[in-house]
Design a protein around this ligand. Sequence first.
Ligand SMILES: [Zn+2]
Length: 87
Amino acid sequence: MSKENCPYCGHDFENRANRYNGGFLSHFQPKWASQHIDDLFTVRCPNCGVAYVSESVKILGLVTKKYYLLVLMAIVVIVLVCSALGH
Ligand SMILES: [Zn+2]
């Protein structure tokens, strides 16, 4: 459980319960990968309704936005190495 403090109105709220969701169809819209990542970490303040990218949201309870790209790259590298070793 982590608390989020809205930078716009100062309201404290539970970020897990207020994750911004663009809807299922938003996954099929053409967007930059970085935009998809921003969506994952976007929260919406229940007090003032402003949606913004949070630095404290964690994916799977441990990966913040700062490390998410590193984790993705590590997975890609591991997959590439494994497929190279398989030949
Ligand atoms: Zn707010």
